[in-house]
Write a protein that binds this ligand. Structure first.
Ligand SMILES: Cc1ncc(COP(=O)(O)O)c(C=O)c1O
Length: 379
């Protein structure tokens, strides 16, 4: 008889069940697939949960970021301050807008939020906007960033891809973008949401989401509009009804899942402190968070690929959030060599442990003990 393989502990996993299956089947039965009433209701439910007036559903978090820039006409000639410690989309959307991303360092070698002091130093006459990112779902000090943006007449955008369920993003900044990619705190498979406070800019985002057309297919089918005009050069960033239906189910469960995520993160913190005190856990206990990921920093000089291989052998998936954007080949070539010492040190030591609401009892302990053994082997 072969020995039973231990169950793999996944890094991230969507929570999907009968309610999602039913919701998808209802859309099929109704036979209206493209953006319609379900997407509209999902926007309303999402806005309500986040304490904002309205939200605009789109096809991805990346599209959401692009619409933030486009709705405020950030384009050629503009510089946008962005964190290098983020997913590449935070910077690539700036390039797509025809503007220039200016990379900003993090607060410290073990503090992954973008540094306000470093950002201040990088403001020039061409700077139009600042894009902050709530790393791992851990809330940034938006009021402080608002003040900096105000001092220099800059727009403030939030990449809130990690922060679904956290009230705040979009409430005081110019715009915020959320992601519902499969590994996020709630999912629509692919999808995103834009929150813009200013009604005119929000309307512009709605327009640009669907080719700059004055009426959509549903309006014309229902006889609410005859024909259409095109008043801006837009995109197809629409969300469809299947995703809207998934979103409606998931958004209701999001607050409960985020509570579970926070409890698991606290449990990790305690267990890591006991079992592997040489591992650093970023952020202070109690920092407001949507607990999207569980980041840690390995001891200096520890062989990370070896740690990851040992963990994989022990049935634990891990990842790195993130390889620094400014060190990718494209960005080195297109934007020249940049030195961001704290980002580089953080990125070199960072490891992400499994965190999602479906972790089984005992999984946190199993992950931490696998990490302890992996670090021992990698020394
Ligand atoms: C920080 C950050 N910004 C933007 C995105 C892009 O979102 P999407 O994959 O939905 O386009 C992601 C992740 O996927 C992300 O982690």
């Amino acid at each position: 008889m072969t020995k039973a393989e231990p169950q793999v502990i996944e890094l991230a996993a969507p929570v999907l069940g009968e309610a999602e299956k039913r919701a998808l089947a209802e859309v099929i039965d109704d036979r209206w697939l493209t953006m319609g009433d379900r997407v509209r209701r999902f926007e309303q439910a999402f806005a309500e949960l986040h304490g904002v007036d309205e939200a605009v559903a789109v096809s991805s978090g990346t599209a959401a970021l692009q619409l933030c820039l486009a709705a405020f006409d950030v384009g050629p000639g503009a510089e946008v301050l962005v964190p290098s410690m983020s997913f590449v989309a935070t910077a690539s959307v700036v390039v797509h807008a025809g503007a220039t991303p200016v990379f900003v360092d993090v607060e410290g070698p073990d503090r992954p939020h973008m540094s306000i002091e470093d950002a201040r130093r990088r403001i020039t006459g061409r700077t139009r906007a600042i894009m902050i990112m709530h790393y791992g779902g851990y809330e940034m000090d938006v009021a402080a960033w608002r003040a900096l943006a105000g001092e220099h007449g800059l727009l403030l955008f939030e990449d809130a891809a990690h922060a679904a369920g956290l009230a705040g993003p979009g409430a005081t900044s110019d715009a915020a973008a959320f992601s519902f990619f499969t590994n996020k705190n709630m999912t629509t498979a692919e999808g995103g949401m834009v929150v813009i406070g200013d009604p005119e800019r929000r309307q512009r985002a709605r327009l640009l989401r669907s080719h700059g057309m004055t009426a959509n297919t549903l309006d014309r089918t229902r006889g609410r509009a005859v024909g259409y005009d095109v008043v801006a050069c837009g995109h197809n960033f629409r969300m469809d009804e299947l995703r809207g239906a998934l979103g409606l189910v998931q958004v209701e469960r999001l607050p409960g899942w985020n509570r579970t995520r926070r409890e698991l993160a606290d449990r990790y913190r305690a267990e890591l402190g006991r079992e592997v005190p040489e591992v650093v856990v970023p952020f202070a206990p109690g920092h407001r968070t949507a607990a999207h990921i569980m980041p840690v920093l390995l001891p200096d000089g520890c062989d990370r690929p070896r740690v990851m291989a040992e963990m994989r052998a022990a049935g634990v998936q891990t990842s790195v959030h993130f390889p620094a954007i400014h060190q990718f080949e494209y960005y080195r070539r297109a934007h020249g060599a940049v030195s961001l010492p704290n980002t580089e040190r953080f990125s070199a030591r960072q490891l992400t442990l499994p965190l999602h609401p479906a972790l089984e009892p005992g999984d946190v302990e199993r992950v931490v003990s696998a990490l302890r053994e992996a670090i021992r082997a990698a020394r």
